[in-house]
Design a protein around this ligand. Structure first.
Ligand code: ZN
Ligand code: ZN
Length: 269
């Protein structure tokens, strides 16, 4: 029996004898099947292959966690250390004893929240490693969970995970696509952790939004407006994406507004 992991999207599946025939996340129009066909691995195979997790401080209280060598989509998870406790934002497929020890030294994990299904990866495995920390999955995306477990809690609209830590549903890329607001981040000016809900552009002065990033399918104006409206009530100056170095360092709130307006202008006739 094994919890197989899709090598293209990194999703870990419920325990079974044989790998699934297909990965429902990769079969979705927003993703793609790996160019060498559907392939599976498991945590024991990854450990034997020499994978490790690397930790890097992004700013005080925020630690990026990435698997090396790069695996699947290659996103970075972020451990947010706040006065009220630690939240793991997004997740990576790989976890091992070294990762667990390191995070326990940093205070463990009190809650796990994920921006969208492409980063669900091994959320249940991570939760079990940290005293069954609750995993927050939006009601709207519950059909995408491939390893159901009692640690999963459904939510909608917004939910306060800890003091100053709010999970906000924006929709767009997925109906439940979310961002995490950290009121104390960026020296109390506020931080958004965005996953694929809001994409930091290459110029690091703008952001963008897509229904599919790999297949380049845009979102309609109504979805762009909804994302901008969802984050408007919150004070934030900085945005961290899921990619190391792709950071909107300052003036992020105005950047979201002007980027949303620009995007709508481009897609409207
Ligand atoms: Zn997949
Ligand atoms: Zn995505």
């Amino acid at each position: 029996m094994e919890n197989y992991i899709c090598m293209t999207c990194g999703t870990q599946y419920a325990t079974r004898e044989e790998p699934p025939d297909q990965c429902v996340i990769c079969e979705d129009e927003r993703q793609y099947i790996g160019w060498n066909g559907q392939q599976w691995t498991a945590l024991t195979d990854m450990k034997a292959a020499g994978y490790r997790n690397e930790f890097r401080e992004l700013e005080r209280g925020l630690i990026g966690i990435r698997t090396t060598p790069g695996f699947a989509i290659g996103q970075m998870a972020i451990l947010a250390r706040t006065l009220g406790g630690n939240v793991l934002w997004d997740c990576v497929s790989y976890i091992d004893g070294e990762t667990i020890t390191k995070i326990m030294e940093l205070g463990g994990i009190q809650a796990i929240a994920v921006s969208h299904p492409h980063f669900y990866s091994s959320i249940v495995e991570w939760s079990h490693a940290f005293e069954n920390a609750p995993v927050y999955i939006p009601e709207a995306d519950k059909q995408w969970v491939q390893r159901p477990d009692p640690v999963i809690r459904h939510w909608r609209d917004s939910v306060k995970l800890l003091p100053g830590v709010t999970l906000i549903q924006c929709g767009g890329h997925f109906e439940g696509s979310a961002v995490l607001h950290l009121a104390d981040g960026a020296n109390n000016r506020g931080v958004l952790l965005v996953g694929d809900t809001i994409a930091v552009a290459q110029d690091r002065k703008h952001v963008s939004f897509m229904w599919s990033y790999p297949n380049l399918i845009p979102l309609p104006p109504s979805a762009i407006r909804r994302i901008a409206e969802a984050v408007r009530p919150y004070a934030f100056d900085r945005i961290y994406s899921a990619w190391h170095g792709k950071v909107l360092v300052e003036d992020a709130k105005a950047a979201v507004e002007r980027s949303a307006e620009r995007y709508i202008r481009q897609i409207q006739d």
